[in-house]
Design a protein around this ligand. Structure first.
Ligand code: FMN
Length: 238
């Protein structure tokens, strides 16, 4: 029994009156099928993630003054205004204290040419080896950084100033503002457009490194006009 002037019927009538009509869009053509699932232990399975080669240096007066490199998979974009990233590092890492001391690090994107060195920097500690020397990598000064060098061989480098450190458990999360960006000149085309898709970047998926494959869409392609789709994806795009 429905009571007059109250309950669901009344409120839905009000909603109908004030809710603007939803516009119909073209249906999304691909129809993925529902998949039966098995439960796994809760774990860090967000994938794919970037593999980042992070460079840093301790204070000249501190215990860890040399330039160092650490490989990180727990890195991500967290804000666009101001541009910010997070990296998560175990306190036991040699680089952890270096970054705490100076509040600086550089994220060097990893391409296929840098992959072997990147893996090496993820299994050896700056406590024991000079990773720049062992990997024949070149530390270079980067704009806005007083201490942390960039890796000259990387396709794109992000200079980062630490704003906050949050202890989460196994890892400390460094929230940092990106204060400068430098890109290899061959990744900028004649129209001054960044062509990061040409950088041969590496993704990390459940313990394995992967080269990126075919380009299969772009931001908003699911709702793009056919003429835009054809221009950006080729005439056979749907
Ligand atoms: C692919 C890969 C991803 C890694 N991701 C992280 C990470 O996100 N956080 C972390 O603390 N260590 C990570 N490590 C481990 C460190 O890179 C490794 O312990 C390194 O030797 C630390 O160097 P350091 O002692 O000179 O700081 C990763 C290693 C690899 C190979």
């Amino acid at each position: 029994m429905t009571q007059k002037g109250s309950g669901q019927e009344g409120s839905s009538a009000r909603e109908t009156k004030h809710t603007p009509k939803k516009r119909r869009s073209r249906p999304v053509p691909a129809t993925p099928v529902a998949r039966a699932k098995s439960a796994l232990r809760p774990g860090t399975l967000l994938s794919p993630v970037p593999v980042a080669l992070v460079s840093c240096r301790g204070l000249p007066t501190g215990e860890r003054p040399g330039a160092n490199l650490i490989t990180l998979a727990w890195a991500g974009t967290i804000c666009s205004e101001p541009p910010m990233v997070s990296i998560s590092i175990r306190p036991s890492r040699y680089s952890h204290q270096q970054i705490l001391e100076t509040g600086e690090f550089v994220i060097n994107l990893v391409d296929h040419a840098l992959l072997r060195a990147t893996d090496f920097c993820g299994v050896k500690s700056g406590r024991d080896v000079d990773k720049f020397a062992d990997c024949s990598l070149t530390p270079v000064k980067m704009a806005t950084m007083d201490y942390a060098p960039a890796v000259a061989e990387s396709p794109l480098c992000l200079a980062c100033q630490v704003k906050q450190v949050i202890s989460l458990g196994s890892h400390d999360c460094f929230l940092a503002e990106i204060t400068a960006v430098e890109v290899a000149q061959d990744l900028v085309n004649q129209k001054d457009r960044l062509c990061l898709d040409k950088a041969d970047l590496i993704a990390y998926v459940h313990g394995d490194y992967h080269r990126l494959g075919e380009r299969v869409g772009f931001f908003g392609f699911s709702v793009a006009a056919p003429s835009v789709l054809a221009r950006r994806m080729g005439p056979s795009a749907r």
